[in-house]
Design a binder for this molecule. Structure first.
Ligand code: UDP
Ligand code: MG
Length: 317
């Protein structure tokens, strides 16, 4: 099979017939062998009955229905587990992404050898309240991930099948799929400017909370990908620095004390608690010890949890 199209959706009944007709027309014109997988993320509207209706007349269509709303990432993950096509394309259900891009995305993966091609909504049709924070968000994601992409969170993306089988999209990690792919060892990640349209039916499913959660997820991802298997390398370094600062301050406190004891003017003997270095040494050494202990606990958890040796084999002879 050439192509699998995965569409996560939540309350998009109005868009579905139009979207399905459009996708079907495009892929048939291009002559692909294909499947379309709709993952209904616990919709409360008629989305599921629309999908059932579409399926009745077209066996290319598959539907998966969640018992409740879990989020876009689990929906994508579920679709990814089932895809069979050599190239996998994801797309939002709200008609903001254009199915016309499918053929070119397919070509970029198959002929130009990209592992992942991310859509880039170069000209966006979203309110300013969304486009402005998105710019900031993408700049931060670029810094953390080292990937030169303009639009991490574009719903329209194309993958080599191996990529989606090697990554796990959980929580709200759909925003960072290119970064996940990079962490999994896929290097050839590109982007393509794609057409974007204003939402025609329904409303957006993500509020402002997306920006806060987005940043926290990014930090988590950066931390776990770098130190997830070796927490001591993070906590140990911080702990050592803290402890050293505390220790140096302690030496200063003691040196001053001893010097004052040895000095002839016995009345000029300040209490150690009057020195700022006393407090620096106290906090520094306590924090340093705590950080070390956190590191040890982290290592114990890693050592006792399954999957401490996580690697993906590429080929075998
Ligand atoms: N979506 C989903 N589960 C959710 C929220 C959204 O499957 O819990 C789907 C939604 O139906 C759409 C896509 O994810 O197909 C993108 O959502 P939306 O258009 O609301 O996001 P935006 O375009 O505002 O970033
Ligand atoms: Mg949308």
């Amino acid at each position: 099979m050439d192509l699998s199209i995965v569409v996560p959706l939540y309350n998009e009944a109005n868009s579905l017939p139009e979207l399905n007709a459009w996708i079907t027309r495009v892929v048939n014109e291009a002559g692909f062998s294909y499947e379309i997988i709709y993952v209904d993320d616990g919709s409360e509207d008629d989305s599921w009955s629309v999908i059932c209706g579409l399926r009745q007349t077209d066996s290319h269509i598959h539907g998966i229905r969640f018992r409740r709303n879990y989020g876009k990432s689990p929906a994508l993950h579920c679709g990814f587990r089932r895809v069979e096509g050599e190239v996998v394309i994801t797309m939002d259900a709200d008609l903001q992404d254009s199915p016309d891009e499918v053929q070119e995305l397919y070509r970029m993966v198959q002929e130009e050898g990209y592992d992942l091609v991310s859509g880039w909504k170069k000209k966006r049709y979203d309110p300013l309240s969304k486009t402005l924070p998105t710019k900031l968000f993408n700049a931060t994601a670029r810094k953390f991930s080292g990937l030169k992409l303009h639009d991490f969170n574009c719903g329209l993306k194309a993958y080599r099948r191996e990529v989606v089988k090697s990554i796990e999209v959980y929580n709200d990690m759909h925003r960072y799929i290119p970064y996940l792919a990079k962490i999994a060892g896929f290097r050839h990640i590109g982007e393509k400017a794609v057409q974007h349209q204003a939402r025609k039916y329904g409303t957006t499913k993500f509020g402002v909370s997306r920006f806060f959660n987005g940043y926290l997820d990014l930090i988590t991802l950066w931390f776990t990908s770098r130190f997830g298997k070796k927490p001591m390398h993070f906590f140990g370094v911080l702990g050592t620095i803290m402890f050293l600062v505390g220790f140096i301050a302690l030496v200063i406190v003691l040196a001053v004390k001893v010097a004052s004891i040895l000095s002839p003017e016995g009345s000029l003997r300040p209490l150690v608690t009057n020195s700022p270095f006393f407090y620096i040494s106290l906090t520094g050494m306590i924090l340093g010890t705590q950080l070390f202990l956190t590191g040890f606990i982290g290592e114990l958890i890693v050592r006792n949890s399954s999957g401490r040796n996580t690697y993906v084999i590429r080929e075998e002879l």
